[in-house]
Design a protein around this ligand. Structure first.
Ligand code: FE2
Ligand code: FE2
Length: 155
């Protein structure tokens, strides 16, 4: 009876990650399509800003709301959450560097492409570890569905 009322948080997390992977691929494709140019056109750049803001929002929400909610119910997850938090910091630095390049209209598409490929590799590894290590905990998490955006960001 109770199970039916528990939101499928593990599936929701995978869905959010898939949407972020799609946004990243849109950004990569936009950069690629401008590869022969000296710098990236503003309309292509927009795909990159969209992706950066979505990933930033997701990680900030996980840090501020999702991880604390998990720890409150399952304190034994502390080492896992600590590792995930460190990975967020690495990704935040990569995103900040990428955004600085985006803000510089002289950045070549080749440079942007290298940077987004680094983000892709780090993000893929992070999502894989996060989904794998939290899968069981997410199935047991007792938090109302209405908290979804607060926990995962508006993605
Ligand atoms: Fe994360
Ligand atoms: Fe995540």
């Amino acid at each position: 009876m109770l199970r039916n009322r528990v939101f499928a948080w593990h599936r929701e997390l995978q869905d959010v990650h898939h949407r972020l992977e799609k946004a990243l691929e849109d950004a990569r494709r936009a950069i690629r399509s401008g590869e022969r140019a000296q710098s990236l056109k503003p309309e292509l750049r927009d795909f990159c800003y969209t992706f950066c803001s979505a990933l930033g929002s997701h990680h900030r929400s996980e840090d501020s709301d999702f991880f604390p909610a998990l720890l409150q119910q399952m304190p034994e997850l502390e080492p896992t959450i600590a590792r995930l938090g460190r990975e967020h910091e690495v990704l935040a630095r990569l995103l900040a560097d990428f955004q600085a390049s985006l803000d510089d209209s002289q950045s070549s598409p080749q440079r942007l492409f290298r940077q987004i490929n680094d983000i892709k590799a780090a993000m893929k590894a992070h999502f894989g570890f996060e989904e794998g290590s939290l899968n069981r905990a997410l199935r047991a998490l007792d938090v109302p569905k209405s908290d979804r955006n607060r926990m995962f960001g508006d993605v």
